[in-house]
Design a protein around this ligand. Sequence first.
Ligand SMILES: [Fe+2]
Length: 428
Amino acid sequence: MTTLIEPALLERELLSSRARTVQLTADLAGERLLGPMLAIVNPPLWEIGHVAWFQEWWCLRDGASAAPTDSMLSGADRLYDSAKVAHDTRWNLPLPVIESTRAYGEEVLDRVIRRLRREPDNAGLQYFAQLAVFHEDMHAEAFHYTRQTLGYPDPFPAPAALPVSHGPNRGDVELPGGAFQLGAVPDSGFVFDNEKWAHPVRIEPFSIARDPVTNGEFLEFVEAGGYRRREWWSEPGWSWRTGAGAEAPHYWMRQGNAWLQRRFETAAPLAAGHPVIHVNWHEAQAFCRFAKRRLPTEAEWEYAAAWDARAGSKRRYPWGGTGPAAAHANLESSGPVAVGAFSEGDSASGCRQLIGNVWEWTESGFEPYPGFVIDPYKEYSQPWFGTHKVLRGASFATTRRLVRNTFRNFYTPERNDIFAGFRTCAAR
Ligand SMILES: [Fe+2]
């Protein structure tokens, strides 16, 4: 199932993932523990308990077996199993108070760590401990979305000012394409079922932008009447736009002749050189039609991120084979930075910020790769095939340990609460 990992490393990851959950939720109290009932958020009190339950289920209760053992918290399965507890009922459950919820999470984590020490050769346990870490990391990013959605303060210090290292547009790189192995190869560490396995695809020659689309570029679309001109929108896109009454990206606010953008609880002047963020797939598509461009397919995105033509092989990260260092990518930070930053993270093809800053919508629908086999956490991928669009890369709120070139994120095309932007390709 997985190669053995040093228990001390896993232990550090479990502790650091929990510390992040606490950091993102520590100040939530009173009404904010439940918050408003919205389709795009969970009640934080539920979500904190759910993360603990998930870890207990897979790492202590043998969740993959036919007969999982009982939870240490009586009735936990009826509260926290996201596959069985309907989203809109989560505000009305008899949830334990926050102190008991956190204590449950601490007890689970403590027992998982003790078990990992006791069973250093248990590869299955290690697999599920990693799954719990990544699951908790994804919920941490979701807490970040919730804080933006609800206008709560930014839990992290403001990003360090980084120099804008180029003008508004560095143009495209032309790539030859050809035969490419899309997806993860075995023995490359933990990967999700939807990344398995690398399989041949044919990529036609294409040109892709070195940088994500900026606020400044997207503003041209807005000011050209982009949200009012039917011809730039697809049928479902126009239906979304009219239903939502959208006139600009969700958090943009016009003030006289200027634009502001809300980030968490404050509004600041729109930063022209930052990537556009909080646009959904429909808005990305409409911009592309306006600009006579198109979104990359996920195969093109992965090729641009991973293919090292000189070496004749794929890289695990755009910059090479080693995990992200501080200079490579804007990860685990407080917010987006200018698209010119992080040149050390450039791919062999010459694209920047493929990982970090903002997730990038691709043209592709979320579908299984050939020969797809479901992993024990059955609800991770399969329920979402066919309805979601693929995003690649990572955002400023993603953890370092989660990123790699083959990672596939997926959301429905109307979601604009997530930290997503996009880059474009020259039209075919
Ligand atoms: Fe979950």
